[in-house]
Design a protein around this ligand. Structure first.
Ligand code: TTP
Ligand code: MN
Ligand code: MN
Ligand code: MN
Length: 368
């Protein structure tokens, strides 16, 4: 007599790589609260509690129905005590007092502001908070504060960067990047990854994976003229190195966390000809956009694609699944079978899932 007869809670895997999670979230009320709690724990560098809430959010994003009673979550994985308490609160009161307390918390509010600046992470936020700084205005006013090149760019283009990137902007940037890359390497393959590949309509940046067949690795791929800011990190990948076992896969690809200048003619303001001869020259006809460019050797392309498509939680669970269920080690470069002591080659994402004994999950079903 359950609402969704085909749904059996105890069959739900604890790993999001064994679930199909689209953007159609029936439990946003709950998952938003979980993500606030997780972020607060991230700011406190409490990884265990942070992951507990992120895993729970990911399970509820997958549920094909909205949770309305505690009975609805019976038998589901990743529903710890903290999580259940929050769900109970939201069912009873429509919102969580705990999540509300976090939103009103001084430390959380400061960290939220600080980390909204490109180049500012938890470590820098901690430092600023300990110095007694609470708002971005206070940070900007403190002229003696040493900022990195990245953080300076973050403040300079702040307004543009906090406003989200649309799908249309992503498509426009994609054309520009493809054109620029192909002047250097006509045979290059340029793929949008990240949230846009998962079907999201907005994002905080645009992620690109760039590869080309053949042996050369090319530093000149990243065309200067179009970038407002570019922090190029040289490849540090060592051949034969075992995949990393960290929870969050960082990788050793050559990459560039960039800010791109996207020219966009102002929407027809010109019809109002009173402004025509005045500050036309002052009108900003471009938008700063965060772009991640990742260059990968051709034979690692499939692994890089899985890693950079995300979601972050999906990637974490893939690696956790590989480690705990398959005695394999997965990262953005490779998959290593510890029993057979071999690296498993893959030319496509499908092959990687097959190596892991997993059913293939499409990019738009990886919104865990
Ligand atoms: P993000 O761009 O941070 O996230 P997103 O595209 O899913 O969402 P948003 O709209 O906020 O941009 O990261 C994309 C994926 O790239 C994510 O799954 C994690 C992965 N990634 C790495 O594998 N290595 C890295 O060094 C970084 C920065 C990200
Ligand atoms: Mn649905
Ligand atoms: Mn992204
Ligand atoms: Mn990114």
């Amino acid at each position: 007599e359950s609402e969704v007869p085909s749904f059996i809670a105890s069959n739900v895997s604890q790993y999001s790589c064994q679930r199909k999670t689209t953007l159609n979230n029936h439990n946003k009320k709950f998952t938003d609260a979980f993500e606030i709690m997780a972020e607060n724990y991230e700011f406190k560098e409490n990884e265990v509690f942070c992951l507990e809430f992120l895993r729970a959010a990911s399970v509820l994003k997958f549920l094909p129905f909205p949770v309305t009673r505690m009975k609805d979550i019976q038998g589901l994985p990743c529903m710890g005590v903290q999580v259940r308490d929050l769900i109970e609160e939201i069912i009873e009161d429509g919102e969580s007092s705990r999540a509300r307390d976090v939103l009103n918390d001084e430390r959380y509010k400061s960290f939220k502001q600080f980390t909204s600046v490109f180049g500012v992470g938890v470590k820098t936020s901690e430092k600023w908070y300990r110095m007694g700084l609470r708002t971005l205005e206070e940070v900007k006013a403190l002229k003696t504060l040493k900022l990195s090149k990245m953080q300076k760019a973050g403040f300079l283009y702040y307004e543009d960067l906090v406003s989200c990137v649309s799908k249309a902007e992503a498509d426009a940037v994609s054309l520009i990047v493809k054109k620029a890359v192909c002047t250097f390497r006509p045979d290059a393959l340029v793929t949008i990854t990240g949230g846009f590949r998962r079907g999201k309509k907005i994002g905080h940046d645009i992620d690109f994976l760039i590869t080309s067949p053949g042996p050369r690795e090319d530093a000149e791929l990243l065309h200067k003229g179009l970038l407002l800011y570019c922090d190029i990190i040289e490849s540090t990948f060592v051949k034969e190195q075992l995949p990393s076992r960290q929870v969050d896969a960082m990788d050793n690809f050559q990459k560039c966390f960039a800010i791109l200048k996207l020219y966009q003619p102002r929407a027809e303001n010109n019809s109002d000809n009173t402004s025509k001869n005045f500050d036309v020259a002052e009108v900003k006809d471009w938008k700063a956009i965060r772009v991640d460019l990742v260059i990968t050797p051709f034979e690692q392309y499939a692994y890089a694609l899985v890693g950079w498509t995300g979601s972050r939680q999906f990637g974490r669970d893939l690696r956790r699944y590989a480690t705990h269920e398959k005695k394999m080690i997965l990262d953005n470069h490779a998959l290593y079978d510890r029993r057979k002591k071999v690296f498993l080659k893959a030319g496509s994402e499908e092959e990687i899932f097959a190596h892991l004994g997993l059913d293939y999950v499409e990019p738009w079903e990886r919104n865990a």
